[in-house]
Design a protein. Structure first.
Lengths: 113, 113
């Protein structure tokens, strides 16, 4: 089945450690996105990528990094510079053609203790 | 910059009652418009989308939305709400020829028996 897979579903890390969240899609989509979700704030865009080896910062990129070495994969690293990393992280992908919608993974809940 | 506003943070309706969730966007041209639904701890599922043409669009689960250019609105409606509709609903905008997508803060729907 085609879709987007985020792993792991739950992730716990100690403060000060970097952590990488995985996002893989087999939908052959060019564009991929990372959003952060906090209660009452909706989805805020962290980074997005329209093509392999290229990505752009979203509204809250500070403390995060991404790579896009393969079309299928768009991992997100939450670095120790992110002041409040505990949140629900959602990955999405979308075809870059006209009239297309984004498809979402099931999310990763990151808790930093 | 484009923005999406969902004025209602939380709405409670009785089962069987009608529902309208509001969404306003700010953008100079007509964007792509979407409504997504999210169950707790899950990813987002597309309910419906508007790209062009007929301003009243039908979606899954009996939902519909109407695009009103003069009001910059894209409100979601359902004639009769079911208990299983309880979830969080997000309005989103995407730009033509651009892969940036932005979401509203969400409206949490509670359904009373």
């Amino acid at each position: 089945d085609g879709g987007i897979t985020q792993s792991p579903k739950y992730l716990f890390r100690k403060e000060g450690q970097n952590v990488t969240l995985s996002c893989e899609q087999n939908l052959n989509h060019d564009a991929m996105y990372w959003y952060r979700q906090d209660p009452g704030q909706g989805l805020r865009l962290i980074y997005y990528s329209q093509i392999v080896n290229d990505f752009q910062k979203g509204d809250i990129a500070e403390g995060y990094s991404v790579s896009r070495e393969k079309k299928e994969s768009f991992p997100l690293t939450v670095t120790s510079a992110q002041k409040n990393p505990t949140a629900f992280y959602l990955c999405a992908s979308r075809s870059t053609g006209e009239n297309t919608e984004a498809f979402f993974g099931q999310g990763t809940r990151l808790t930093v203790v | 910059a484009q923005s999406v506003t969902q004025p209602d943070i939380h709405i409670t309706v009785s089962e069987g009652a009608s529902l309208e969730l509001r969404c306003n966007y700010s953008y100079g041209a007509t964007p792509y418009l979407f409504w997504y639904v999210q169950s707790p701890g899950q990813g987002l599922q597309l309910l419906l989308k508007y790209f062009s043409g007929d301003t009243l669009v039908q979606g899954i689960k009996g939902f519909e939305a109407e695009f009103k250019r003069s009001q910059s609105s894209f409100n979601l409606r359902k004639p009769s709400v079911h208990w299983s509709d309880a979830a969080e609903y997000f309005c989103a905008v995407g730009l033509h020829n651009n892969n940036d997508m932005r979401f509203g803060a969400g409206t949490r729907l509670t359904v009373k028996p």
